[in-house]
Design a protein around this ligand. Structure first.
Ligand SMILES: [Zn+2]
Length: 146
């Protein structure tokens, strides 16, 4: 059994800025929201002070939509510190409108092998006082199954 682990403790507290605070306020309420440019309408993650496309400073926080799919991931086997348990998996989930959000992916690597396009479910876990996005492989369904 090789379960992916979650980091714990203050070491993994997210760096909070004026731009990222709303993201964490929403996750604390159990909602995953990303910035949407008020001028050109493009979504952006991670949160930034200005739009990468048009430079506008206007933005709103919109809920992500659609069934998330596994877009990319990395499994870390060598710890950066003896205080950090391994292995753990950092994943990028893709939602509708090509919105990408980073979080931890929890699964047992002896039972399932992640593949791009797999359906994900999203939850949250409290970590150092913040609610971080947690992804789970949802049945292993892929785009090829449709
Ligand atoms: Zn824009």
């Amino acid at each position: 059994m090789t379960k992916m682990l979650l980091p714990e403790g203050e070491l993994f507290a997210p760096g909070i800025t004026e731009d990222t605070q709303p993201f964490w306020d929403w996750t604390a309420q159990g909602e995953l929201r990303v910035q949407r440019c008020g001028a050109c309408g493009r979504f952006r993650f991670p949160p930034l002070p200005a739009c990468r496309t048009c430079g506008s400073l206007e933005a709103s926080w919109e809920p992500v939509e659609g069934m998330p799919r596994l877009y990319s991931w990395v499994i870390v086997h060598r710890s950066v510190s003896r205080d950090v348990p391994v292995p753990y998996c950092i994943a990028v989930a893709e939602f509708a409108d090509e919105v990408h959000v980073v979080g931890n992916l929890l699964f047992d690597s002896d039972e399932i092998t992640p593949r791009a396009g797999m359906a994900l479910s999203v939850g949250f876990r409290e970590l150092a006082g913040y609610f971080v996005p947690i992804f789970h492989l949802a049945g292993g369904r892929t785009d090829d199954d449709t």
